[in-house]
Design a protein around this ligand. Sequence first.
Ligand code: PLP
Length: 461
Amino acid sequence: MLFHSTRGGDKDRTFEDILMQGLACDGGLFIPDFWPQVDLESLSTKTSFIDVAKEVVPLFTSSSFSKQEVLRILDNTWHDFDHKDIAPIKNLDDKTSILELFHGPTAAFKDFGLQLAAAFFNEVLAKNKKTAVVLGATSGDTGSAAIDACKKFKSIKTFILIPDGNMSEIQRKQMTTINEDNVFTLKISGTFDDCQDIVKAAFKDRSFLNDNQDLLAVNSINWVRIIGQICYYFYASCKLTNFDQKINFSVPTGNFGNVFACYAAHKMGLPLNKIIVSVNENDILNRFFTNNDYSKKDVNETVSPSMDISVASNFERLIYDFYCNRDAELCNNLYLSFPTKSINLPTDIWEKTKDLFLSYSVDDSMTIATIQGIFKSHNYLIDPHTAVAAVAVKKLNKDIDCPTLILSTAHPAKFPNSIEEAGILIDEIPKRLSEVFEKKEIVYEFPVNKSAIFDFIASKN
Ligand SMILES: *Cc1c(COP(=O)(O)O)cnc(C)c1O
């Protein structure tokens, strides 16, 4: 199994290549050369998340790791979860359930992808006798999940850039209270876009690296993160219906990574009815799925900040695979002029949407009202991202006549302001979240000045 780029200019790459490289050379995103098929019968006998992952992950890694090696890695990959099931399911009513993906150490679903990425980074570095700098920009949960996943590996130094902006206090403190000598959180007096520009420039510059050192990206386009997420779609479906029935997934999304993992699972054999693409007021995906209009607009700050995006980076993979039927030239042409020119597909191609996707855009007041409503009716507290996905299910109810799983991507205690706005008192804060308030914050402050930042990385490296 090898990988190639959605834009056709980067081909025949191994799992190790794409793991360490992230983005393809031609600016496209890596995708497997074909969709490996799972054995549903064998999967349906698995009872634990890890056992499901052991069937799924090796389908993508054979170009770089033996099956034996991967099974050993997976035994040690997902750690510090506070629930024995790793991804437990809570039934709301006889048709609707919640897949709780927030039991990892940073209380958001990004632990699934990033713990897998870090485990493979560490293996490759050890094998090649190298070290690495992990560099990323974050406005939400990516940074803390990356830090937590990488901090135990001494071959990796992690530098995370955060903006002055719409991030909850807990989200920030999860990154600034780590106190490990291989972890650095840099607060940039600018926007998330400024942080991203600095990261992009760093990947060109590389002057701050030592000899025999890799620079690694942890943004959501890295394929290994998608693999980690594919696993819980199979696990959840197996638990809920044993693959006997088609089900719907409602996915709260921003960069489309989590939705693409759902789509990938379907291409690998998961029986699915509809994928519900649930977004906040930053609605570029909803405008595409309901109106064939993928056009960039400015970002609005919302109560679901981890989905505040202007474009959805992983969406290119869907354009390439689902709409363009893997025609790289077509995909390349659409993306070469984007975002200057918006993406509007020929109508007959866009019509395919109806076969698999539904979409809904939710405003903040509806999000808060739904947190309130579900708490009142089910005595169950959800976070604002999960609430977005719950609203979509309610609104699209007449179109989805089979069991539905709502993905719960974060623990509600991560967003106390929204919970308070809903008039609810949080009576249970997981220890891993409350303890950040007792720890000292260590944060390095910088203006938007890339050479000062590169010098800092060099000095700590
Ligand atoms: C990152 C994040 C999302 C969005 O995930 P995508 O893969 O970009 O769709 C949703 N909810 C939470 C809590 C997140 O941290």
